[in-house]
Design a protein around this ligand. Structure first.
Ligand SMILES: [Zn+2]
Length: 213
């Protein structure tokens, strides 16, 4: 099964008729935040597959055709603080970045710890019910010390590291770190998890025989 992961910037390699031509075999889209609402709606309506997302620290707003302020992309599912089963995969989301200003969707390390601990009982239920805690963790920020950056805004969350140790997802997809140069590391194995920066876009292929019924 093919997944399209997206984050941070509109990519002209996706935004247009090319999306349907190049990505018609995608079964699921995961957005790691900071993308405009019109872009998410374009992708979900063009590919016509589920699109799950978390918000980044840049919370987009746009005016709807009737002149109202729109904050939610239509047809997409916000998975912040939740775990869902979609296309045979257990997926959980944690939005936001480290708190560095009075902007939206920012959390201290302690606040993110609370979000992680709130999610934990649902992951234990997954383990009981499906034999595994989680397949994919979707976040905006990276874990502390893994593909993050030094400045407060781009520093990873401390709680994400024990999260990966406890729940061992196959993938941790994040955004927030703009990988403009090849020197930015965008793939790191940590224990059982491939930590992947989804900046602009990334395609993941999951073997069908590992999907839940
Ligand atoms: Zn960001």
């Amino acid at each position: 099964m093919r997944i399209l992961a997206i984050a941070d910037e509109v990519d002209q390699r996706l935004y247009g008729p090319v999306l349907r031509q190049r990505f018609s075999d995608v079964s699921l889209v995961l957005s790691c935040g900071d993308l405009p609402i019109y872009y998410l709606e374009f992708i979900v309506s063009t590919l016509n597959v589920p699109l799950l997302y978390v918000r980044g620290n840049h919370a987009p707003e746009q005016l709807s055709s009737s002149g109202e302020v729109k904050r939610e992309p239509e047809g997409c599912v916000d998975i912040d603080g939740r775990t869902v089963k979609e296309r045979g995969l257990l997926i959980a989301g944690l939005e936001g970045s480290m708190r560095y200003s009075d902007g939206p969707n920012q959390y201290s390390d302690n606040e993110m710890w609370v979000k992680v601990l709130r999610l934990a009982p649902r992951l234990w239920l997954n383990k009981k019910r499906y034999g595994r805690y989680l397949d994919i963790l979707v976040t905006h920020s990276a874990p502390l010390g893994i593909q993050d950056a030094e400045d407060l805004c781009h520093r990873g969350f401390r709680s994400f590291v024990p999260f990966l140790e406890w729940f061992r997802p196959r993938y941790h997809l994040h955004g927030h770190i703009h990988a403009y140069t090849p020197s930015v590391v965008t793939e790191t194995r940590y224990l059982d998890t491939m930590v992947l920066n989804a900046f602009r876009f990334r395609v993941l292929d999951i073997p069908d025989d590992t999907l839940l019924a």
